[in-house]
Design a protein around this ligand. Structure first.
Ligand SMILES: N[C@@H](CCC(=O)N[C@@H](CS)C(=O)NCC(=O)O)C(=O)O
Length: 86
């Protein structure tokens, strides 16, 4: 089982986030969800780490990755190594 920790910074009304959320659901990958509008500490962490408020942003072992297309590609390439939802 993978030890990789995944956290998705997102908000519901963001269409790029929805594309990533659908891919995560399709691949059944275990992710911690960080809604930046529901919890200001998530927004602060995102801005502190990246200097941007842009979502989606996938933290892979605490390293932020922007761009929905890059995130989806990374998920597809690494799905076999990632922890799945039970
Ligand atoms: N090219 C980016 C676009 C992401 C994007 O435009 N996100 C919007 C929300 S839908 C956003 O966070 N805008 C606020 C900002 O960039 O400060 C991607 O595909 O991930």
């Amino acid at each position: 089982m993978s030890n990789t920790t995944l956290e998705l910074f997102y908000y519901d009304a963001c269409p790029f986030c929805q594309i990533v959320l659908r891919k995560i659901e399709e691949l059944k990958i275990k992710v911690t969800y960080c809604d930046i509008f529901a919890d200001q500490t998530f927004l602060k962490r995102l801005v502190d780490d990246t200097g941007r408020r842009t979502v989606p942003c996938l933290y892979i072992d605490n390293k932020p990755m922007h761009e929905s297309s890059d995130i989806i590609l990374w998920l597809e390439e690494n799905v076999d190594k990632l922890e799945k939802n039970s």
